[in-house]
Design a protein around this ligand. Structure first.
Ligand code: HEC
Length: 496
């Protein structure tokens, strides 16, 4: 009972701040779906028919409603058998959505797989186990990824992690090195923690033994994933609150062993914190800047690299990140899924991947996690509307067809000149070049740059070289040499 009083006070304070959002200074602004923030309350999901109208994806992708009526769905894990596991953290359940075997774009059923868990969050499949990040540790149960059945008792893999305060979710994943990595958010907005395992990433042997602190200064890294080619570990991180609308950035960090990522002393790229920046902490000079800064308060949570070899070329190898959306801003920001694209010079460009959750100040959803199914479907959980959305490649279809490899693969085996031109034309469409280069087909808000008479300025070789190192803001698109050559031929042949 003792903690009820402060909780009630905090509730009142937040509600009062919400009511006063035009009176209080900007740094104390509260502007978010309040019931969702406090109790996980939400709204109903839109119906299947209106989803394609409400949401927007890049050209060539479609979005459909995959499931609704879930109580605060948080993290996702598709199985190799085509099931989708969903954690319902507040209800203490893991729900299994059956595979879509009849191809109607919806799971063929759902069942509660596990219940009475204490704050289940992350879901991981590892060597016949379903591994779950729970409030004070990591639990596991035997799980058959083909049938979707558990067996035996739930057992504890890691216990005794610090609990209480802010940031109650725990994320546990196995790395390519076979170790178990666990993130624990800070207990507060900005403070010096008593327990060094808070605001940190821990690492264990596969069996949960041998705890070590792997990285520190990570305020709240709910999502992390390993780059499928380089094996580098990237984690999202939520920047602190109460410093105004536009500071500090939320972060994508490339996490290395022993790395210190700044919190609570340093924000973003080496900017001393106004409250704690003067502390004499020996790690401060070593604070690592983020690999990429999201806009302040965007709240990046789940992240996944696109591994599907049949994904559109512009999307392959990109990282998808769910932005839960701001609460501490006078106008709302975030509330979408974005894709991150690494450029030739190592910088990262953010593009919209799934939008429509926020229109003006009206919210119809808050993305939490994004995950890739075995057929390349990309699932997005929304803990505000209690929904899961599925994004697929291919022609628009109410049935939410799975991506077809056919177009991509067909475009990949040219030999003679006409084939090369066709490949170039296909790549031009696949990368949605028209969105920035054609008046008629320009993406809203973009001033198109016409591609005219390129032959007067470029040879085929110099145009291919340009595509390999484009001048910013023209983005870099990953292609093989052969593909760049084909695209250059196509561009030289066609004025736009
Ligand atoms: C996000 C917008 C965007 C997309 C998508 C994009 N470009 Fe560009 N591109 C630009 C901008 C902006 C420039 C001008 C850069 C500059 O100022 O030099 C440019 C320049 C170019 C140029 C040089 C034009 C000249 O006159 O020198 C070529 C060629 C080109 N883009 C081809 C492509 C192709 C091919 C694709 C698809 C694979 C593509 N672009 C996709 C934004 C884009």
């Amino acid at each position: 009972m003792r903690h009820c009083f402060p909780t009630a006070l905090a509730l009142l304070a937040v509600l009062a701040m919400g009511a006063c959002r035009w009176v209080l200074p900007e740094r104390f602004a509260v502007n978010a779906p309040l019931l969702n923030m406090l109790f996980g309350g939400g709204i109903e999901a839109p119906d299947t028919a209106t989803v394609p109208e409400l949401f927007e994806t890049p050209p060539g992708l479609n979005v459909g409603l995959y499931a609704s009526g879930l109580a605060n769905p948080r993290m996702l894990r598709p199985t190799p058998g085509g099931h989708l596991l969903v954690s319902l953290s507040r209800a203490g359940q893991i729900v299994l959505l059956e595979p879509d075997r009849d191809g109607d774009g919806l799971p063929d059923g759902r069942r509660v797989l596990l219940e009475e868990l204490a704050g289940p969050n992350s879901l991981e499949l590892h060597e016949g186990w379903l591994v779950i990040g729970v409030g004070d540790g990591v639990a596991r149960v035997r799980f058959d990824p083909q049938t979707g059945e558990t067996s035996g008792e739930l057992e504890s893999l890691v216990s005794g992690l610090p609990t209480g305060g802010n940031h109650w979710t725990r994320t546990a994943r196995y790395g390519p090195d076979g170790h178990l990595y666990v993130t624990i958010g800070s207990s507060c907005n900005a403070c010096i923690e008593d327990d060094p395992r808070r605001a940190a990433m821990l690492r264990y042997a596969a069996d949960g033994s041998g705890e070590e602190i792997y990285a520190t200064g990570l305020r709240n890294s709910v999502g992390f994933d390993w780059h499928p080619v380089t094996g580098a570990l990237y984690a999202t991180d939520n920047g602190r609150d109460l410093l105004g609308n536009d500071f500090p950035p939320c972060e994508l960090n490339r996490v290395v062993h022993g790395g210190f990522y700044g919190w609570p002393f340093v924000n973003g790229d080496g900017i001393a914190d106004p409250d704690l920046g003067a502390e004499p902490d020996p790690r401060i000079p070593e604070a690592r800047p983020p690999e990429f800064g999201f806009r302040a308060h965007n709240a990046p949570l789940g992240i996944t690299f696109v591994r599907n070899p049949a994904a559109p070329a512009w999307l392959r190898g990109a990282a998808l990140v769910a932005l839960h959306g701001s609460w501490n801003r006078t106008s709302k920001d975030g509330y979408k899924v974005v894709s991150l694209h690494w450029q030739a010079d190592g910088s990262v460009v953010e593009r919209d991947f799934l939008t429509g959750f926020l229109t003006g100040e009206e919210v119809i959803g808050r993305p939490v996690d994004v995950a890739e199914g075995p057929d390349g479907s990309l699932f997005v959980s929304d803990d505000y509307a209690g929904a899961i959305y599925r994004v697929t490649a291919g022609a628009a279809s109410a049935r939410g067809t799975a991506p077809t490899a056919a177009t991509v693969l067909a475009a990949r085996a040219p030999t003679a000149e006409p084939e090369a031109l066709a490949l170039g034309a296909a790549l031009y469409e696949e990368f949605a070049c028209a969105g920035c280069h054609e008046t008629e087909r320009a993406v809203e808000g973009v001033v198109p740059v016409p591609l005219k008479e390129l032959g007067q300025r470029y040879s085929q070789a110099s145009l291919a070289a340009f595509l390999e190192r484009p001048t910013p803001p023209m983005p870099f698109f990953p292609m093989e040499d052969r593909e760049r050559a084909a695209l250059a031929s196509h561009l030289l042949q066609t004025d736009r």
